[in-house]
Structure formats: C-alpha cells, structure tokens
Design a protein around this ligand. Structure first.
Ligand code: DGL
Length: 267
C-alpha cells in the first residue's frame, strides 16, 4: 500500500458530535493520527434534504481526501443515512459510516428483538437504521423516534437543565407502551444525553451508541485492509472547521475529553 498505513484517518461530521467517534478511535488506536473536519458552518444536517446532505458530504470528503487520508469515517448519522452509498461509489478508499455498526451492536445487545432508534429527522425519515436492523434480524420490532430538539440542547450545553429532562421524557413517551429492551442512540450528539436518557427509561433497557460501534468498525477495516499504522512516531491530530474555531475548540474539548490544538478555520 506504499506507506499509506502511516497516513491519517479522516473523519467528518456536521460539527463537534463526531468527536465522540474520534475519542473512541484515539482510545482504541492510540498510534493513529487523525484529521477531523467539522462542518459547523452548515450545521445542522439533521433537518436538511437528502440532496443537500449528499452534496455537503461529497465536498467534505474531497477536502479530506486532498489531505491524503487512508480511510474516511463519516462520523455523522445523517450524512451516513443519506450519502454513504454515494461516497463509497465515488471514492476508492475504505469509507465507514455509523449506521451499520450501530445496528449490528443493537442486534447483538437485544434480548427480545425489541429495539427503539433515536435520531435526527433526516436519519429517521431515511429509515436507514430500521432497514439495517431488519437486514440482520428480520424478526426484530423497530420503533424509530425522531428527536429534533436533542442536538440544540447538546450544542447549547443545556442538557442538564429541567427543560432537557421534560423534552427527553416527552420524546421517549412512546417507549412506555412499546416494551423495548434496547435503545440505540443514532446521532452523534445523543451520547451526551445518555445519563438523562438512562434516568428517564430506567435500568432495564440497554443503551447502545453508534460512536463506539463505528470506532470498532474503523479499527476492523484498517486491520482488514492492511492499513494499520506501523511506524514508531507519535500520533498527530488536526482539526478543520467551517465556522468559528474558538467555539469548536471550547465545546469540542467536552466531547473529545482531551485538549484540542491545531485548529484551522476554512472559508
Ligand atoms: N451529526 C448529526 C447526526 O449525527 C447531528 C447534528 C446535525 O443535525 O447536524 O445526525
């Protein structure tokens, strides 16, 4: 592969949420370097139409490909839902999204095949999680719930407020009757609401997040393609942001749980 194994992993998301995928990657693959692109200037993706998301995703991918990445991680559920197939058809490198790994993990976790999926309007409307789960477990019962207010709550750092609890309770009300055993957090931002969601749904329901399973899939793909880092150097991390870099740095640190340096604004 001509030294490609020492190239960085490229990751994009509509904003800071995909840093949760990167956090898992750093934990799992501490020798790998990462380049992260946050398209915060065009966030949110969750309420935009399919064609717009495809266009944004192609642009983001080309930006990272020009930086000579060895694998592309679409760390955004909405972008994965609408654009993963297109990206995989257009570009030659391995491309990993969040949906299939998340669906796989939910199917592994479920005890009675009753799974609820939370996501943005775009992700839920695309039915990508419903289809991915039923492909692996055709008898599963899937309850999709769009939670459009969750992303702004997290973005505004408002997720410990009483208002956040009311909103979570309201969105998750249908779960009371549905007797689900597994709840899949199908959006980059939702793991930050996990404690609150756990509090609202109780201990009997397994929570699965797509960030952890996506990182596992990236590790497997690197290994499978013979692209794992094989040098002696320290990893480096770089960030590109299509909006305010300082806001990204400050809020992103909460997601990544390590200092964020080397942030570049792009017009
Ligand atoms: N990254 C998006 C996702 O995972 C959430 C934020 C947005 O709507 O842009 O679906």
């Amino acid at each position: 592969m001509n030294g490609q194994h020492n190239a960085p992993i490229g990751i994009f998301d509509s904003g800071i949420g995909g840093l949760l995928v990167m956090k898992q990657l750093v934990k799992l693959l501490p020798k790998e370097s990462c380049l992260y692109f946050a398209d915060s200037g065009r966030l949110p993706y969750g309420d935009k139409g399919r064609q717009t998301i495809i266009r944004y995703s192609i642009e983001n991918s080309i930006f990272l490909l020009e930086k000579k990445i060895k694998i592309l991680v679409v760390a955004c559920n909405t972008a994965t839902a609408h654009a993963l197939d297109t990206l995989q058809a257009l570009f030659k490198l391995p491309i990993i999204g969040t949906v299939e790994p998340g669906a796989q993990r939910a199917v592994e976790k479920t005890t009675h095949g009753r799974i609820a999926v939370l996501g943005t309007q775009g992700t839920i409307a695309s039915e990508c999680y419903q289809k991915a789960i039923l492909k692996i477990a055709p008898k599963a019962a899937v309850l999709p719930i769009a939670c459009p207010l969750f992303v702004p709550l997290v973005e505004e750092n408002y997720f410990t407020s009483p208002a956040a609890r009311l909103i979570v309770q309201d969105y998750l009300n249908p779960l009371k009757k549905a007797r689900i055993d597994t709840l899949l957090l199908g959006c980059t931002h939702y793991p930050l609401l996990a404690d609150l969601i756990r509090d609202v749904v109780g201990d009997q329901i397994a929570l699965v997040d797509s960030a952890t399973s996506c990182a596992d899939a990236v590790a497997a793909a690197l290994e499978g393609h013979g692209l794992s880092y094989d040098g002696e150097g320290l990893p480096s991390y770089g960030y590109f942001v299509s909006d305010d870099t300082e806001k990204f740095r400050q809020r992103g640190t909460q997601f990544l749980e390590m200092p964020i340096e080397n942030v570049h604004g792009i017009a």
